[in-house]
Design a protein around this ligand. Sequence first.
Ligand SMILES: Cc1cc2nc3c(=O)[nH]c(=O)nc-3n(C[C@H](O)[C@H](O)[C@H](O)COP(=O)(O)OP(=O)(O)OC[C@H]3O[C@@H](n4cnc5c(N)ncnc54)[C@H](O)[C@@H]3O)c2cc1C
Ligand SMILES: *[C@@H]1O[C@H](CO)[C@@H](O)[C@H](O)[C@H]1NC(C)=O
Ligand SMILES: *[C@@H]1O[C@H](CO)[C@@H](O)[C@H](O)[C@H]1NC(C)=O
Length: 292
Amino acid sequence: MSSIFSRFASSRTQWVPFAVGGAAVAASLYYSTTARAPVANETPAAFKGDNEWVDLKVNTRHFYFALPSADQVSGLKTASMLLGKYVTEKGNNVIRPYTPISDNDQKGQIEFVIKRYPTGKFGNHLFSLKENDTVTFKGPVRKWEWTPNQFENVTLIGGGSGITPLWQILHEITKNPEEKTKVNLVYGNKTPEDILLKKDLDAIAEKFSDRVKVHYFVDKPVDGWKGETGFITKDWLSKNVPHPDNSHQVFVCGPPPLYEAISGNKVSPSDQGELTGALKELGFTKDNVFKF
Ligand SMILES: Cc1cc2nc3c(=O)[nH]c(=O)nc-3n(C[C@H](O)[C@H](O)[C@H](O)COP(=O)(O)OP(=O)(O)OC[C@H]3O[C@@H](n4cnc5c(N)ncnc54)[C@H](O)[C@@H]3O)c2cc1C
Ligand SMILES: *[C@@H]1O[C@H](CO)[C@@H](O)[C@H](O)[C@H]1NC(C)=O
Ligand SMILES: *[C@@H]1O[C@H](CO)[C@@H](O)[C@H](O)[C@H]1NC(C)=O
């Protein structure tokens, strides 16, 4: 495990490991709540030492899947995803793309951060798995071929679990000592608790403070919130990210409303669709923007 992911693993406050072995592609599953570590004095504390049990909601899990053999790497190159599949009791295939967050060179294991939606088919299936159950995957599907110093500036705009492909690019850029690319990550969520990979993102922003900036947006802030509030807007982008240029590439990944506001939606996995929204109004062209 790379140091980044050791840090990530230790960054969660609640961990319940369940070992999952299995011959093919199975996993050690861990799940975490999104509850955060203690913060400044005046901030209300969830645990008060009053002998009360507090219910914490599980909504996103960090999944560790064992690769078929311990000496294998996943074979992914940034930026890529895998397709996961399961067959329902009625015999229907449910197939969904997921983006690993683990290092491409990591051996024996692959990691994902996956969010469950109340009626989500694949998410609910994954969250119901037990020790030694297996999940079947195929791929990789390459979405973007990142090469070192491909651009002078990169802007990553994401929402919710859309952080995962953006994380791959940010990780690729910051693990390579030859890289000079400057990055602005603009990451929107409903509440501060929903921010995925926050410790890792903060650590990168601190370590590479000369060329990586991380900007968080939340719809519903809490007392003491130091990031931005509300939606990512054209005005904010015009003041905080570099202007359009052929050496400035923007990557977008998030739920449909985020695409609508920022870049316009994709038409299909192979058709990026027209560029609309805030980026178009700011003068970016279709070639300057990639929608995951
Ligand atoms: C390239 C790519 C990479 C992806 N990587 C990841 C990843 O690393 N981690 C991850 O968790 N997901 C990722 N996704 C999303 C993932 O593929 C599924 O779409 C998601 O897990 C929902 O699938 P489901 O079967 O659980 O829900 P579905 O049965 O497809 O959806 C059920 C309902 O859940 C709600 N819902 C589904 N998706 C969203 C959403 N994004 N925002 C708000 N509501 C929603 C909707 O109300 C929907 O009707 C990625 C998607 C793409 C295209
Ligand atoms: C899971 O698989 C491992 C290795 O084959 C085995 O030792 C363990 O007992 C299994 N656990 C369950 C719950 O089946
Ligand atoms: C890259 O961003 C810096 C500001 O961080 C700016 O000075 C420079 O002009 C930008 N270059 C391109 C090609 O966008």
